[in-house]
Write a protein that binds this ligand. Structure first.
Ligand SMILES: Nc1ncnc2c1ncn2[C@@H]1O[C@H](COP(=O)(O)OP(=O)(O)O)[C@@H](O)[C@H]1O
Ligand SMILES: [Mg+2]
Length: 239
């Protein structure tokens, strides 16, 4: 297995060095930070030259024990190699006219909750950053804007907004309407709080995050969202 990974690494290094990726490998997708190519059952994410944040491989490394994230095989300055998810992004599924299930949204909610419980804020949750694999499981493929904080409570409102929006984009219109109504009634200050904490505070926590996330690397070993799921869903975001 190791040999096979090494073969893939050598092959990709050579293509990157000679600027031949586009000729040799199929493109699986593209985002702001890079292009993703397919090589058998690997996905190769090659960063754009002007893209300065390459934290995603670090964060992905940190999340390796969690089954919702693809296995990371290799990372270096210009690219990383992860497991290719066999399936579609949520965005592509919707474009193809597929109806997403409530159960898929619940999976997303559980993953985000689980991360939150470990001080990781799942920012940039959008439909191009999540895939449904061949077993119907949600995989989070882009963690480039996730961050660790010792103060997750500060980000509850942002996460709630992200989840509401995700639910809305997944086609579950009624529940967001209800939630928004409820928000209005209680006079949520989410936007104000977002501004208040988003820029310098965000960077502070992010910076702060490196040492504490190293300390907590083994988070996921025993973590199971399963047995905590029921009371957790009730209490999450409501404190
Ligand atoms: N592990 C993967 N398996 C299959 N396709 C992937 C994988 N990772 C990314 N992709 C495809 O590439 C696209 C861009 O990847 P992403 O990591 O979101 O890049 P960016 O950070 O530039 O937004 C995704 O929307 C998806 O279509
Ligand atoms: Mg992306």
């Amino acid at each position: 297995m190791r040999e096979r990974h090494q073969e893939a690494i050598d092959y990709v290094q050579n293509l990157v060095a000679h600027n031949k990726l586009d000729h040799q490998l199929p493109i699986l997708g593209e985002g702001l930070s890079g292009k993703v190519y397919g090589l058998e059952d690997y996905a190769i994410k090659v960063y754009k030259d002007d893209y300065s944040e390459k934290d995603d491989s670090y964060m992905l490394h940190h999340l390796q024990d969690h089954s919702a994230f693809p296995t990371l095989h290799h990372h270096e300055d210009k690219f990383m190699i992860v497991d290719r998810v066999q399936g579609n992004t949520l965005a592509d599924s919707i474009k193809a006219g597929e109806k997403l299930s409530d159960q898929q949204f619940v999976q997303i909610e559980d993953i985000v909750t689980d991360l939150y419980d470990h001080g990781i804020i799942a920012q940039d949750l959008h439909l191009n950053n999540m895939m449904i694999d061949k077993d119907g499981k949600i995989k989070m493929i882009d963690v480039g804007r996730f961050f660790h904080t010792d103060y997750p409570e500060l980000y509850q409102d942002i996460l709630e907004d992200h989840l509401n929006l995700t639910q809305y984009h997944m086609g579950f219109f009624s529940s967001i309407k209800d939630k928004l109504k409820k928000k209005k009634y209680y006079g949520s200050s989410s936007h104000r709080r977002y501004r208040k904490h988003s820029s310098s505070d965000y960077r502070h926590h992010r910076h702060h995050s490196s040492s504490s996330s190293r300390r907590k690397r083994h988070y996921y070993g025993s973590s199971s969202s399963h047995h905590r799921r029921h009371h957790k869903r009730k209490s999450f975001f409501s404190s």
